[in-house]
Ligand binder design. Structure first.
Ligand code: SF4
Ligand code: SF4
Length: 456
């Protein structure tokens, strides 16, 4: 009876791929989903072009290890903040999924949005609805099939190329992608091969892989088993009301076994079997069933957004200890993240003694120590710096090769400097000094370092 749990609906008993021909969905939720999806697409295409302080809203330059989020540049030194952002996002997803199930998958995930709202729609336009698509696939390669399949793959290729370019805009910035387009691939080989590689992957995903990306590959999909509970709101079939199913007049349940909910499902499952890993909560089956219910004069909502407890016991949604726990954890993470972001400095200095050096005694009766100073300017502005050394009386600081330090925007500068202290002012073998770095009169960094002298 539970044989549907033995294997994926898209894989045959012999392990072969079973192609899904999903019926074109229509209805109230589909209309909302269209609006949400087109807003998501608009946002995806707009983000790389939106600038804050001359910097993109989002740039994830993995090759140069430069990340720009909301116009703020994050360096590898800020990795702990990025790790915290990811952890917070991960806990948010867990909390959201525990309450609302996989709404993200069906409504806003770029894979579903592009698959269902762009590529599948092109397919409906060229090949017709699911029965015509099935027929076309089964027929011999005549003129009609070559024309329809050929034009479909050409348009699929074009859209994959557009999405490939979009991804590169997120990775290297739209200016570099435009340069690669206008100046040709020779001068921008990395960007060119990046676009070709991503476009090929998208072409493969949207023309062949399709729902398998959600049911087999996506790790978020695999997590559902541990994230969902009987109180999670999911797309669910009301078995209490629907069963026993059967033709109108031959059974007592409201389900007339028309299988329209199965035909519209883009992952090919029968939601009447209960919540399944393949269900992406796209709500197409809700619309299909509501239409049937209206026709047979029954109340809508035989398939609806509800929890298992809601369906079996009529329970309303309520907070569970698990949801409380996740919420508290998420709140704490958000507080930490806010503190990290607010206290994040524009410059980051690393001060180290030059390796292999202890101290030197000069013929002027002073002791010198040599240091390496590495400073990163994370801001977008030039930063002239002043440095002060404190901790020992009459300590003097001399930068080798430079009289002053001016940091260029988003750059790393290395300097070597000497600290010189009269021997009488060096009280012990190891002394503590503080290097204070000022920009525009404001203290921007304070580094502690030891100053070595002779044993006394
Ligand atoms: S669409 Fe509704 S009535 Fe038709 S099979 Fe599905 S649940 Fe039953
Ligand atoms: S069962 Fe319904 S909500 Fe789930 S994927 Fe299929 S059509 Fe979408």
């Amino acid at each position: 009876m539970n044989s549907f749990r033995d294997r994926l609906t898209t894989i045959s008993e012999t392990g072969k791929r079973l192609w899904i021909y999903a019926k074109k969905p229509k209805g109230r939720l589909t209309a909302y989903r269209n609006i949400v999806a087109y807003l998501c697409i608009l946002l995806l295409f707009a983000v790389p072009f939106i600038k804050i302080n001359g910097y993109p809203l989002l740039l994830l330059n993995i090759l140069d290890r430069k990340f720009v989020i909301l116009g703020n540049v994050f360096w590898p030194q800020d990795f702990y903040i990025l790790a915290f952002v990811l952890l917070t996002f991960f806990v948010f997803i867990i909390l959201f999924t525990s309450i609302f199930g996989r709404v993200w998958c069906g409504w806003t995930c770029p894979q579903t949005v592009f698959m269902e709202m762009v590529f599948r729609k092109i397919e409906y336009l060229i090949e017709g609805d699911y029965t015509q698509q099935h027929k076309l696939n089964d027929q011999a390669w005549d003129g009609e099939k070559i024309l329809k399949k050929g034009s479909k793959f050409l348009i699929f290729g074009l859209f994959s190329l557009i999405i490939g370019n979009l991804i590169m805009c997120y990775l290297v910035g739209y200016e570099n992608v435009l340069l690669a387009i206008t100046e040709g691939p020779k001068a921008h080989l990395a960007a060119f091969w990046g676009v070709i590689g991503f476009s090929a992957v998208f072409m493969f995903v949207f023309s062949y892989l399709r729902e398998q990306a959600c049911t087999i590959i996506c790790p978020y999909g695999r997590l559902q088993g541990v994230l969902l509970s009987k109180t999670t709101v999911v797309v669910a079939y009301d078995q209490v009301r629907g069963e026993p199913r059967g033709k109108k007049g031959h059974a007592e349940g409201d389900c007339i076994d028309c299988k329209l909910c199965v035909h519209v499902c883009p992952t090919g499952i029968d939601i009447r079997n209960g919540t399944q890993l393949e269900c992406i909560n796209c709500t197409a089956c809700i619309d299909a069933c509501d239409e049937v219910m209206v026709k047979i004069h029954k109340p809508k909502g035989l398939i609806r957004f509800d929890s298992i407890n809601g369906i079996l016991k009529g329970e309303k949604w309520k907070m569970t200890p698990r949801i409380y726990m996740y919420s508290v954890f998420l709140g704490a993470l958000m507080v930490f993240l806010t503190v990290f972001l607010l206290t994040r400095k524009n410059i980051d200095a690393t001060l180290l003694r030059v390796p292999g050096q202890t101290f030197q005694t000069t013929n002027k009766g002073t002791i010198t120590n040599l240091y390496n100073l590495q400073i990163i300017n994370k801001s977008f502005a030039k930063m002239p710096l002043e440095m002060k050394i404190i901790g020992l009386d009459n300590a003097k600081l001399q930068i080798i090769g430079n009289q002053s330090i001016v940091l260029n925007p988003e750059s790393l500068t290395e300097n070597v400097f000497i600290v010189e202290v009269p021997e009488k002012d060096v009280p012990k073998r190891s002394n503590t000094l503080h290097l204070e770095i000022y920009s525009d009169g404001k203290l921007v960094e304070n580094e502690k370092v030891s100053f070595l002298g002779p044993i006394k």
